[in-house]
Design a protein around this ligand. Sequence first.
Ligand SMILES: NC(=O)c1ccc[n+]([C@@H]2O[C@H](COP(=O)([O-])OP(=O)(O)OC[C@H]3O[C@@H](n4cnc5c(N)ncnc54)[C@H](OP(=O)(O)O)[C@@H]3O)[C@@H](O)[C@H]2O)c1
Length: 264
Amino acid sequence: MTDRASITSGRVLVTGASRGIGRAVAELLVSRGARVFATGRDGAALESLRALAPEQVATFEAELTDEVERRRLVEFATSLWGGLDGMVLSAGIVRYQEALAITEADLRAQLDVNLIAPTMLLRDFGRHLRDRGTGGAAVLVGSTLGMRPAPMTAAYAATKAGLHALARGFAHELGAHGIRVNAVAPGIIDTEMIRAVRLREGEVEPEGPARDARIEAEVDGLRALCPEGRLGTPEQVAEAVAYLLDAEFVTGEVYVLDGGLGLR
Ligand SMILES: NC(=O)c1ccc[n+]([C@@H]2O[C@H](COP(=O)([O-])OP(=O)(O)OC[C@H]3O[C@@H](n4cnc5c(N)ncnc54)[C@H](OP(=O)(O)O)[C@@H]3O)[C@@H](O)[C@H]2O)c1
């Protein structure tokens, strides 16, 4: 690709493309003419994305914490259309836990998906672009929690702070190869990720309708934290990601979009 200003009409790998923010990014990029290499673990969800534009979407099921699957993903994605121009790393998990209840297993699980997999994928993408000499851009999906942790998110927030540093560090070194790396830091976005019960010490997880009611109460509480009383949408984050993919003079930035959450 010679026109570095239009990564969004190039070939872009998107992780977490099965749902939520990654899915919205994939759909937006397709609507702008990109070819999207979509990955996630949910094959049926990926297939429903491919069905929207079979000519423009390729899918690959991969568990990103598995080194072998990750390597296969990179090999396939970098060869399928003759190379990649962009990468959006949206896959992520959260384990809501009080600070004094954090377990090593949950910390490691979040580090694996939220920091280790993105680091290795970004490294491989960087090598690919350096060897092709074409330049390109990556956007990482961080979080405002990486700047201002909220209760029950200390470990998750630490992984996102690491991700922001990763974007800046890679941007510094990869600029010489014409590669830009940025992150978005969304506030509270209405996806499956926020629809969880945040268990306090000694609490037993409710079931059935009680669980549904508890989740709705949790989401209402999150909504009330936002100055406008509404959550963000995956589509709004996707617009910011697309901007950063094509923003020729922007690199090493962490772009906050939080509906004013940070004003609190
Ligand atoms: N929602 C928010 O309020 C919010 C705010 C700030 C930042 N973020 C960040 O935004 C990103 C997307 O979150 P979301 O809200 O869209 O969450 P989501 O709806 O829960 O989607 C998470 C995505 O990550 C993928 N994923 C998770 N673990 C994976 C693994 N081990 N291997 C491969 N794929 C894996 C899932 O794939 P499968 O479903 O196919 O398994 C899914 O596509 C995350 O990095 C999250 O931390 C979210």
